[in-house]
Design a protein around this ligand. Sequence first.
Ligand code: ADP
Length: 498
Amino acid sequence: MKYLLALDHGTTSSRAVVYDCELNPVASARREFAQYFPKPGWVEHDAMEIWESVVGTGREAVAASGIAATDILAVGITNQRETVVLWDRETGRPVHRAIVWQDRRTEDYLAALRECGKESFIQDRTGLLADPYFSASKLHWMLREIPDGHKRAANGDLAAGTVDSWLIYKLTNGREHVTDVSNASRTMLMNLQTGTWDTEMLSLFDIPEALLPKITPTSSLLGASAAEWFGVPLSITACVGDQQAALFGQLCTSPGMVKCTYGTGCFLLKFLGENIARSHNRLLSTVAWKLGESPIQYALEGSVFMGGAAIQWLRDGLGILRSAPEVNELAGRVQTSGGVILVPAFTGLGAPYWDASARGMLIGMTRGTTSAHIARATLEAIAFQVTDLVTAMDKDSNHPMQLLRVDGGASASDLLMQCQADLCGVQVERPENIETTALGAAMLAGLGAGVWKSAGELHDQPNRMTLFTPAITAKDRRGRLKTWKRAVRRAQHWEQSL
Ligand code: ADP
């Protein structure tokens, strides 16, 4: 029997899963890593800790599976996207903490670009909106911050990239500096049409090309890990952004299919195929994947910054939960939020608002409000935000969504999923295995290693689903969405309403 190893590096934890070639998980390991918040709106990770957590969980999962490393056919890497690492090529050590996708420190810089009228140019070239979310402005900031940054970058003394390129660099002991096209499409430096670094975007952000990795297909032979990490060299045959991995893991491989992942943030992606669709409702055009030499496939995406992270805030910020899953018991104690509304704009608002200046708001409390109402309002807030994405996606399309496939840690909540079905007015389908990110990476690695000849062969995998059906009236839905919209407007204009 041969096996596939998925290395799934998320925003808050790294996971590794060993799958057999029928895609049954055999063993897994997981490790959380530190989050750094040096200033309001700033979020950083220690890139060495990222690397150690990935290689550490990889080794633990292989040891727990009891298989010999020689039986691992291939490795697939999937990762938090947009987060940037900058390191010294000579020493292989980071020269700054990684700046995380949630970080807003470059908002003023991007606001200046928007004021100069660059937004439509950026959108046209990259499919993205001029927001601090993406890698380019973060890398620009780092190069200015470190001594002689630009000089060292132009000389080729430094290397940079999204986390996938850092992990492959470390796994191959510095032999490969590559990134796949799905990750590169999130940097704001790649030309969406051609799948290559765009010289005008590089010059707009003043980033020398010598700093950046080579862009490769998502699924193909990307390199081999050095023998010291797993005992033998292992072929790395897939590298893919986490949301695209989940899209593939959910087998959304026919145009029009949609999934939403409820992790730290929430990410709604619709697979488009070979055609790039341009959104008129502030969604993003992005790369889904590129399988070997076949053409690039695209997706439309909407992202919410505070998804499961809002539940973590109840745990860590308010201290009303000991663990995230407890939110369901607490919120379940009440039938409604009792008029309480949470707009979790703690790091601004993502799609479709793209408002970095919005701030979190908890409103509608009375003397009768309890932690249970706040917990319920938090789950509802996640579902309201995803509903905004579904509405935007429907406006961009001639075919309204019929079914929403869901996955990710917070999709384990039945209460949240029922609320989602109610607010969207569409059926919500949850697979038995909600870890579709790792699964997608394993599938893509298997394709890259020739286990399957095409994605079509993967559709035969059995999967049990739970279905959530809308249970409120259209009138009720409209009323609740109207109230939510008004609350969002307040959170956007909070300074004026003080
Ligand atoms: P990521 O890959 O972004 O690190 P995960 O897919 O692991 O995220 O999901 C973690 C998120 O899911 C956390 O933010 C947590 O609050 C939430 N979560 C985990 N278990 C549950 C649960 N049973 N009910 C509701 N939310 C949950």
